[in-house]
Design a protein around this ligand. Structure first.
Ligand code: CA
Length: 221
């Protein structure tokens, strides 16, 4: 994990560098706003808002454009307005001088945890399974026995609805409401037609039972 310390006070910067390196971080330091925006991308920027050559908040806004970089602002005691402005400008957290090493490290860890979650790839989706029919809701794909099955949009929605309630009777009204939305005024034969098409595509891998006068039930075979 790389950290950039933006701090014009040499003494403060030295203390920070020592503590952060000791904690195992790779740390670089710059002393001006100009150098801060030019610095190579890092995981966390520790940004002193009181810089000699420019407004720390401008640096913050600039850094904010690089997604994935967490920013912790450093302000002097009593500068509440700066802290608030910093948070409004997109800082992930702040520390107030003088701060202890333990507090700083805890805040860095917390911020890294949050941004990591934020940056992480979405977890692989757990598909729905009935028999050897597997349905991925987000990707809107279906496989049967490992082979992709081509469905129309409505057929997919129908199958997803029934699979989510495998073994239960799903009423016609509910299906129409969910798949065609409430403003649907087509004859109810439309549902029968789609259901017939879906059944024929699924073959005998699963069974869609008709429950007379009520609706449908999907069962594994
Ligand atoms: Ca300063």
């Amino acid at each position: 994990m790389r950290i950039l310390v933006v701090e014009d006070d040499d003494r403060v910067a030295r203390g920070l560098l020592t503590a952060l390196r000791h904690a195992g971080y790779e740390v670089h330091r710059v002393a001006t706003a100009q150098d801060a925006v030019k610095a190579a991308p890092v995981d966390v920027v520790l940004l002193d808002l009181g810089l000699p050559d420019g407004d720390g908040l401008d640096v913050l806004r600039e850094l904010r454009k690089r997604s994935g970089t967490a920013v912790i602002t450093v302000t002097a005691r009593g500068e509440e307005r700066e802290r608030v402005l910093g948070l409004r400008a997109g800082a992930d957290d702040y520390v107030v001088k003088p701060f202890g090493t333990a507090e700083l490290l805890a805040r860095i860890e917390a911020v890294l945890r949050r941004t990591r979650t934020h940056r992480a790839e979405p977890e692989a989706e757990q598909p729905m399974k009935t028999g050897d029919v597997v349905l991925f809701t987000h990707a809107r794909t279906v496989t049967v026995g490992g082979q992709p099955l081509s469905l129309t949009r409505k057929e997919f929605d129908l199958l997803a609805l029934l699979m989510a309630r495998t073994g239960e009777v799903v009423s016609r009204d509910f299906i129409v409401d969910q798949v065609w939305q409430a403003h649907w005024e087509a004859p109810s034969r439309t549902l029968d037609t789609h259901m017939a098409a879906l059944r024929s595509k699924l073959g005998d891998h699963v069974r869609i039972e008709t429950v007379r006068g009520v609706g449908y039930r999907l069962v594994g075979v």
